[in-house]
Write a protein that binds this ligand. Structure first.
Ligand code: THU
Length: 159
């Protein structure tokens, strides 16, 4: 029997349609993206995480001459958050990526490994994390939880 698995997301038309906090997160992700260390791919990614105490944590992708030793912006940021604020809930995660000198493109979704890592923190805090992903202009996609982006996800319930 064939079955379907649908995912739900919101397509926000543009930056102007974000609320004040979302604009702040977009701006911070854009700003930290400029500092990305991405000399090999020249694909720069910025991430901004909003905590329930109102603090905003930012990070960018960090590459390495031994390519697999580098790390994506989302994991750089969420691991720092987990290490420094282990008991503070994460409310939102905003990611913006594009080739370094691009002008605009379509929303850049988190890679599979980042989705799995974000899922771990949702499970840990027993609360959903809103995910936003975008590029330099145009639409911003939003999901209520990382689970929307990771159907059939593997988690500790199977262990
Ligand atoms: N990258 C991220 O930072 N996040 C993603 O979700 C996708 C990819 C980075 C990794 C690498 O430094 C560059 O983008 C090209 O893959």
């Amino acid at each position: 029997m064939e079955k379907q698995h649908t995912i739900n997301f919101e397509a926000i038309e543009s930056y102007d349609h974000l609320d004040a906090m979302e604009k702040t997160l977009f701006d911070k992700a854009m700003a930290i993206r400029d500092l990305a260390y991405a000399p090999y791919s020249n694909f720069t990614v910025g991430c901004a995480i909003l905590l329930e105490n109102g603090e905003i944590i930012t990070g960018s992708n960090q590459e390495n001459a031994a390519y697999p030793s580098g790390l994506c912006a989302e994991r750089t940021t969420i691991f720092y958050t987990g290490a420094n604020f282990p008991d503070v809930k994460i409310k939102k995660l905003f990611v913006i990526g594009a080739p370094r000198n691009a002008t605009a493109s379509v929303p850049i979704p988190p890679c599979g490994a980042c989705r799995q890592s974000i899922l771990e923190y949702e499970a840990k805090q027993k609360d959903e994390i809103e995910i936003y992903f975008a590029s330099l202009g145009g639409e911003i996609f939003k999901t209520r939880s990382i689970r929307e982006l990771l159907p059939f996800s593997f988690d500790a319930s199977y262990l």
